[in-house]
Write a protein that binds this ligand. Structure first.
Ligand code: PFF
Length: 451
């Protein structure tokens, strides 16, 4: 039997998992969601959601992945042979591919904005013009399609390299670089006059603004941001060595994810306040507001502002790429493990599938804007289907599997590396996986259905 690939070190494991977790969810989504739900209070709820709900599901996926050393489908087949659980495995192969279809469109936007920035587009026109770039760009036919294609090609290129050469090398380079890049933007953002109000907004909680849907939004964001419920963490865990401490890689990943989200908020929100704009600007916040701010900053110093904005979009692109790679890897692992396909053909077939889904999503802002599925455009439909349903359903099934289907001894054995580590914490983590996480997800469902 062919030797399964492994991540080379603990740093590599955390870098690849954090690479999956840190993405558009942190830099594009987190700042506008917290802007919509009230700032500092939302951050606190989000942290609680990560700790008591997301982290246990992270461990459930890690336990299934490492104990089976398989892709999601193979894992279920091995751990619960002959049961319907393998359909859960199949579901979580399809969901990240659908997710990648529309994620790649947003990834493409960051490719385009990097080019716009490098070609001085933000500084050469009057400030009022800049926010309109976004609407004009996404509603056109070809430009977003080219950008989406370029993004998918980059993703396929890295996945083709394999776990050790492709994903690991890329993540090790991109994650620390990204961290430094965002800190540069934070530093810049905090020097802007008026940015202090933004800092206040991020550190002074106002609990009166916290509603039930803010809590549901925090839970949903935790899923999206930690890449849960779609088999990504499960698949990456199947490449983790037996000696690795799962507790540590989970905490390391969750902590870096949270850190990136909070830093991204400190990069974006103070700048929004400095420009006298609204933090509740919605999904356009990064793509509409920041170029406008960069334009204002660039008055008299277009070179400096171009440098800052280019750094920012490189950071977004790097983050989006490492996440997108992890979505594709789930399906590639399935096709190579289960169907015996070569990594190369598996990557190309799945890339083509995601690229085709992405075409529909990209065109849904322009020529296909009137084509609706259940009243939503392709892009909105897929976004809604993935974030509100597929991810939570996947997470619920994984944690139910570990908490109720696997034997407690096997779960303990995997989590504690045969009773050598984390033995004191096991009961708490097990309780969270068995009771707290499933109930928490059901609450998210109930809230989504009722609102
Ligand atoms: N966690 C990624 C982000 O925050 O952008 C999104 C994501 C990646 C979700 C991988 C799911 C996944 F499998």
């Amino acid at each position: 039997m062919k030797q399964r690939e492994h991540f080379g070190s603990r740093f590599a494991v955390i870098a690849a998992m954090a690479g999956s977790a840190v993405g558009l969810g942190n830099i594009w989504r987190f700042p506008y969601i917290l802007g919509e739900y009230g700032g500092a209070a939302f951050i606190l709820v989000y942290m609680a959601a990560c700790l008591v709900l997301a982290l246990p599901i992270f461990y459930a996926e890690s336990i299934i992945g490492r104990s089976s050393r398989s892709d999601t489908f193979g894992a279920m087949n091995k751990l619960a042979p002959g049961t319907p659980w393998r359909w859960v495995g199949l579901l979580t192969i399809i969901s990240p591919l659908l997710l990648l279809g529309y994620y790649s469109v947003v990834g493409g936007w960051s490719v385009e904005y990097l080019f716009k920035s490098l070609s001085f587009s933000f500084t050469e026109v009057p400030a009022e013009e800049v926010p309109h770039f976004f609407g004009r760009f996404i509603s056109s036919t070809w430009q977003p399609l080219f950008a989406h294609t370029a993004f998918m090609a980059l993703v396929a290129g890295v996945v083709l390299g394999g776990v050790r050469n492709g994903i690991e090398k890329f993540s090790k380079l991109a994650m620390p670089a990204l961290f430094i890049l965002i800190l540069v933007i934070v530093g810049y953002s905090l020097t802007l006059p008026g940015s202090f109000k933004g800092v206040e907004y991020l550190v002074k909680p106002d609990f009166s603004k916290l509603s039930a849907d803010a809590i549901a939004a925090a839970l949903g964001q935790a899923f999206f941001s930690l890449s849960l419920g779609v088999g990504t963490i499960l698949t990456f865990s199947s490449y983790v060595k037996k000696e690795e401490n799962l507790l540590v890689s989970g905490v390391g990943t969750a902590a870096s994810d949270l850190l990136f989200a909070v830093i991204a908020a400190f990069a974006v929100i103070p700048a929004v306040f400095a420009a006298g704009l609204q933090p509740s600007g919605g999904p356009g916040l990064v793509f509409e507001t920041l170029p406008y701010i960069f334009n204002k900053m660039g008055e008299g110093m277009p070179l400096l502002s171009t440098l800052v904005s280019s750094i920012f979009f490189v950071a977004i692109l790097a983050a989006a790429l490492t996440s997108a790679i992890s979505m594709l890897e789930v399906g590639v692992a399935f096709l190579t493990d289960e169907w015996g396909m070569k990594r190369r053909s598996a990557t190309l077939v799945l890339t083509f599938f995601c690229w085709s889904v992405g075409i529909l999503c990209s065109l849904s802002f322009g020529p296909l804007a009137d084509v609706k599925v259940l009243g939503l455009t392709f892009f909105d439909f897929l976004d809604h289907l993935c974030s509100d349903w597929l991810l939570p359903v996947g997470g619920l099934l994984f944690t139910t599997f570990v908490g109720w289907k696997m034997s407690k001894d096997k779960v303990r054995d995997e989590f504690t590396n045969g009773g050598t580590v984390n033995t004191r914490l096991f009961d708490t983590v097990y309780f969270l996986m068995r009771y707290v996480a499933p109930v928490g997800i059901l609450v998210v469902f109930a809230t989504n259905l009722l609102m």
